[in-house]
Design a protein around this ligand. Structure first.
Ligand SMILES: O=C(O)CCC(=O)C(=O)O
Ligand SMILES: [Fe+2]
Length: 284
């Protein structure tokens, strides 16, 4: 995987964007989060997923028998200050801003915890393309020429071949298709792993074919999955209803942007002040 050089971020940004859009489709930021942040996140996720019943999940249609060994924790922005920091990592924010536009938003922050024996997923692409197998639901000629999604996977446990590090097929974003069942042999034969240590941050273009892989180790394999979207895409998780007011009150301008609190639409124009808002000649 392409390794981001955080000391030369501005200089290498064009390379990073090219790698994500038309290159392999994934880049790694090593050591993005501290051991303390990893431990704090891990504690919340283990406590939550031990305590509550199974949650909605996806891409596991073929694994009904082992699905109890896979645990999702949703809406993490509401579940610990560490996640408020995680969604605002400065290097990730800079890359997301350049990739998706500087008003990028948060689509989701959730955890995927695979217990030993936990199942992998079907190869897929991520929201907003995650049901692209229902092709008629998408515009004609939709294509991969520009991105609407950037995914960040933060391993909280060692991510390797044995533990079930996510697999991805380099350059598969090019055609923007949801992998067919007949593509799976090629996917599993040619896919690479997003290997990493706890606290790394693995960024990928959500149009890249990828999936969680089975956990064959004797330890948990947990990752925080963050989804960033272009400003005009409907977020996956309803943060406006799901996140407590105190999180909003202590939030930075970036956090408010991420929660779409600064994005004005949809809007009741009948109730808006009569003024000229949009247009090249508009006075700000
Ligand atoms: O947990 C993983 O390795 C990947 C999860 C994933 O791709 C998803 O849930 O969309
Ligand atoms: Fe995914």
């Amino acid at each position: 995987m392409y390794e981001v050089d955080v000391d030369r971020l501005d200089e290498t940004m064009p390379e990073i964007l090219a790698e994500l859009l038309t290159g392999a489709g994934a880049v790694a930021i090593r050591g993005a989060f501290t051991a303390e942040e990893v431990a704090a996140a891990q504690k919340v996720i283990v406590d939550e997923s031990d305590a509550v019943a199974e949650r909605e999940t996806h891409f596991h249609g073929g694994n009904e028998d082992t699905i109890h060994l896979q645990r999702r924790v949703w809406n993490l922005l509401n579940k610990g200050e560490v996640f408020e920091a995680m969604v605002q990592h400065p290097v990730v924010a800079k890359i997301a801003s350049a990739f998706l536009g500087n008003k990028f938003i948060l689509g989701s922050i959730a955890a995927n915890r695979l217990l030993p024996g936990g199942p992998g997923q079907e190869p897929h692409i991520d929201y907003p393309y995650w049901d692209l197998y229902e092709r008629d639901g998408f515009p004609t000629a939709i294509n991969s020429s520009f991105p609407m999604n950037l995914q960040a996977t933060i391993p909280l446990d060692p991510f390797n071949e044995v533990s079930g590090a996510s697999a991805f097929l380099a350059r598969s974003q090019g055609e923007l298709i949801y992998p067919d069942t007949t593509d799976r042999d090629r996917f599993f034969a040619e896919a690479q792993r997003m290997s990493g240590d706890p606290g790394d941050c693995l960024l990928f273009n959500g149009m890249v074919w990828h999936c969680a892989m089975p956990n064959k180790s004797d330890h948990d394999r947990t990752a925080v999955l963050i989804e960033y979207l272009a400003k005009f895409v409907t977020p996956l998780e309803d943060q406006k209803s799901g996140v407590r007011q105190e999180v909003i009150d202590r939030g930075t301008p970036l956090l408010h942007q991420l929660m779409s609190l600064t994005y004005p639409y949809p809007k009741l124009f009948d109730e808006a002040e009569a003024k000229i808002e949009i247009g090249r000649d508009t006075k700000q």
